[in-house]
Ligand binder design. Structure first.
Ligand code: SAH
Length: 232
């Protein structure tokens, strides 16, 4: 049994040509990318490290980590997205190794082989997020870092991430997010603990609609990043 929701993969496949359209559906991911890249690099100093990006999509984060000098592998189950990612990497000249493989399968194949594992905005699209968290934990080397980001589950995140983004502002296609799959920071940290990871830090990513600027801070109500470490 593979831990995937095919309708989710279809959704992303249909949008695959838009991954690098800076004003398209994935604009928010481009806008938050420098923030998450900074959050990751501040802690894990990725230059020269082996990094795995799980649910890499078109490679927004994967390529930016590679441009800092990390040796990056990006995995996803949407083949079209991986193709777009590969083409973009050829054009930009920033090499990333893209593979179509489930994280659980890669974890069986090559456990403890990455210094850093990132899994951004993906857990809220899978049937069994605990299984993904467990696989990320087994893919990272002892002492290595695992980073997650996802959407919190409460009235505010429902209003902003679902109603606001999908229905009012039309920033995202309707049905992009399924509220029931959003994860509270307490739930994600429990999953990390269950997988043998220590939680190191949580930061909120918030959007100011007036300035149209995203920033990192204490407010984890909608979108947040979590840094975890596998004990030595
Ligand atoms: N991590 C990227 C893309 C986030 S969009 C970024 O933040 O820029 C969510 C991604 O998760 C999509 O590319 C989708 O294809 C992928 N995804 C959804 N379910 C998946 C699964 N079960 N296994 C691997 N990738 C999955």
């Amino acid at each position: 049994m593979i831990n995937v929701d095919e309708t989710e993969i279809d959704k992303f496949s249909q949008l695959a040509h838009k991954w690098w359209d800076m004003s398209g559906e994935f604009k928010p991911l481009h806008e938050i990318n420098p923030l998450r890249l900074g959050f990751i690099d501040e802690r894990a100093a990725i230059t020269g490290k082996q990094v795995l990006d799980v649910g890499c999509g078109g490679g927004i984060l994967a390529e930016s980590m590679a441009s800092l000098g990390a040796a990056v592998t990006g995995i996803d189950l949407a083949k079209k997205s991986l193709k777009v990612a590969q083409l973009h990497s050829l054009e930009s000249g920033v090499a990333v190794d893209y593979r179509c493989v489930a994280v659980e399968e890669l974890a069986e194949e090559s456990p403890a082989s990455f210094d850093v594992v990132t899994c951004m905005e993906m857990l809220e699209h899978v049937p069994d997020p605990q299984s993904v968290v467990r696989s990320c934990a087994s893919l990272v080397k002892p002492g290595g870092w695992v980073f997650f980001s996802t959407l919190n589950r409460n009235a505010k995140s429902y209003l902003l991430a679902v109603v606001g983004a999908e229905y009012v502002l039309n920033m995202l296609p309707r049905g992009t997010h399924e509220y029931a799959r959003f994860l509270k920071p307490s739930e994600l940290s429990r999953m990390a603990r269950n997988a043998g990871l220590d939680m190191d830090a949580v930061r909120g990513m918030s959007y100011n609609p007036l300035t149209r600027i995203y920033s990192l801070g204490e407010d984890t109500a909608v979108n947040y990043l979590m840094a975890c470490r596998r004990p030595e």
